[in-house]
Design a protein around this ligand. Structure first.
Ligand SMILES: [Fe+2]
Length: 270
């Protein structure tokens, strides 16, 4: 089995600047150009508008301070540099403070199409454009506060609401199905698969159904949930999420549409 590359955070200078170097900048430029063209007619219009607002440098890995300044001018959000994966309590604390956790490393050129860890391309390109959209930004903020107050085992299940919206959400538009989830829109392959393949299941968004649906982070998703607008996401916060969680628990989880981790030979790299 080939050893998987282990990514490590890049430390900023005392002035907060991260020096990425030519290879990392070239990787960003390649990913940006390819994905910007690919999402045309596939990403929802709010995402495209958000990209225009954030105005990423297309040739160099953007600095966290630049992205924070762009986001802050709209709904007070910013990005916080973190290692690839952080404890759930830290993740939700940052969201509750309108700080989106973002890694500082970028994938290697040989892993252009997929890495398991969320890198800076996923975090910046996939998530930041919509943080300039009011209902999306407010949903993210409120969700962070709710999850932070929840007990760890409740938090784990509540995260399904985040997973099937912020990460892998689809939206029904008059012009057709569009993607808004950052996990989809930062992935070349999953952008077409989520919208155009006849393999995955696409279900209308229903919070109890979402809370009953297990997921795996390291596979292409077998199921997506479709909302009608970001207001639908925002109005989710008018509901008693803990009551919905109790309802979902009483009904039980839906059977997983994937092999348990470890049983998947492809994932093991054999
Ligand atoms: Fe993400």
């Amino acid at each position: 089995m080939q050893k998987k590359h282990v990514y490590v955070s890049k430390d900023p200078s005392q002035h907060g600047h991260i020096d990425y170097g030519a290879t990392d900048d070239a990787t960003w430029a390649r990913l940006y150009a390819r994905q910007r063209a690919h999402i045309e007619g596939r990403a929802c219009e709010e995402f495209i508008r958000g990209l225009d607002v954030v105005k990423f440098n297309q040739d160099r890995v953007p600095q966290h301070s630049y992205v924070t300044a762009q986001l802050d001018a709209h709904h007070g959000w910013g990005v916080q540099q973190v290692p690839a994966l952080i404890p759930a309590s830290e993740f939700f604390t940052l969201l509750s403070k309108k700080r989106f956790p973002a890694a500082s490393f970028i994938r290697l050129p040989e892993e252009l199409d997929y890495i398991e860890e969320p890198d800076i391309f996923h975090e910046f390109f996939g998530h930041c454009p919509l943080l300039t959209n009011k209902p999306y930004a407010e949903f993210m903020h409120a969700f962070g506060k709710i999850a932070l107050q929840a007990k760890p085992k409740d938090r784990f299940q509540l995260f399904r609401l985040f997973w099937f919206t912020i990460e892998f959400g689809l939206m029904k538009k008059p012009e057709g199905l569009r993607a808004y989830g950052g996990g989809i829109l930062s992935s070349f392959g999953e952008t077409t698969y989520a919208l155009e393949s006849n393999i995955p299941e696409r279900k209308p968004f229903d919070p109890v159904e979402v809370l009953r649906t297990p997921f795996r982070i390291d596979i292409i998703q077998p199921i997506y949930f479709v909302i009608n607008s970001f207001d639908e996401l925002f109005h989710l916060l008018d509901l008693d999420l803990m009551k919905l969680l109790a309802e979902a628990r009483a009904l039980g989880d839906r059977p997983a549409k994937f092999e348990p981790k470890g049983a998947n030979k492809e994932y093991a790299g054999t």
